[in-house]
Write a protein that binds this ligand. Structure first.
Ligand code: SF4
Length: 259
């Protein structure tokens, strides 16, 4: 684990790291060994997360966080598998994996560092960049409408949808813990300011609010569409991908036990 952190001073990623380190401590106090908490990260500024975590981690290629997470979970269902991805990594390069992991209800938790820009490559627009925003690749303003990632997760079949803010570490840590403890595909969108290429700190501080979870799918569509709503937005239960596969393969139930 590296001790020197290399993000820009003031980056929202510091809040995400702090929140996740608290999750590890909380899982340990539940009796989960560190060796069972596995995380994957893709390419982008978020991709440095594994460098700063004292647990088993993998740094994979662009857009391929979810296939690796799925493979790890299928190989050993006793592991608690989570992953970090950016808006560019998950929604530009990796969109097909995102939709299909949600559709399968794979029992993993994905944390999306949504800073609305490609930060590592110095400020190009991504799938979540607001319309009209000037970036290196949209000097006259982004001509496209942005994607709402939490809404895509919801309509694709994810069973735990939450949104946190990197400036509210306590709430974010609770949401990440809940996502890892949820049985099924859990998605946490993290509003993560990129102080260098898209400084949204003031905007989020002034506008985010904590919402109550929706009680039905239709309500959830409305709630998740409000991009300033944070908290656990929707949760439901259904059979996971691993349970479906293992039951069809007639693997003994004790193989899929969890703490
Ligand atoms: Fe953070 Fe943006 Fe700097 Fe990357 S470029 S480390 S996202 S502030």
């Amino acid at each position: 684990m590296k001790s020197k952190i290399e993000w820009c001073p003031g980056c929202g990623n510091f809040g995400v790291l702090k929140a996740f380190r608290r999750v590890i401590e909380r899982l340990e106090s539940d009796g989960v060994e560190r060796g069972r908490i596995v995380s994957v990260a893709g390419i982008g500024c978020h991709g440095r997360m594994p460098d700063y975590l004292d647990i088993p981690t993998f740094h994979t290629i662009h857009g391929r966080v979810l296939p690796l997470m799925t493979g790890i979970k299928l190989a050993n269902p006793e592991l608690l598998v989570s992953g970090f991805s950016g808006d560019g990594d998950a929604l530009n390069e990796g969109m097909e994996h995102f939709v299909h992991a949600a559709k399968r209800n794979t029992d993993v938790a994905l944390f999306l560092h949504n800073n609305q820009v490609f930060g590592l490559t110095t400020g190009q627009f991504t799938a979540t960049t607001p319309r009209g925003k000037k970036t290196r690749t949209t000097p006259a303003g982004n001509p496209e409408w942005p994607i709402n990632p939490a809404l895509i997760a919801l309509v694709s079949g994810a069973t735990f949808i939450a949104r946190g803010f990197a400036g509210n570490v306590s709430q974010l840590s609770d949401l990440m813990y809940g996502a890892i403890r949820h049985r099924g595909f859990a998605f946490v969108e993290i509003l993560q300011p990129c102080i260098t290429f898209n400084n949204t700190w003031d905007h989020y501080r002034e506008n985010v609010y904590v919402a109550e979870p929706a009680e039905s799918f239709d309500e959830a569509v409305k709630l998740v569409s409000d991009e300033m709503a944070t908290g656990l937005l929707f949760r439901t239960e259904k059979q996971t991908f691993e349970e479906t596969l293992l039951s069809s393969l007639k693997v003994p139930k004790k193989v899929v036990k969890r703490i």
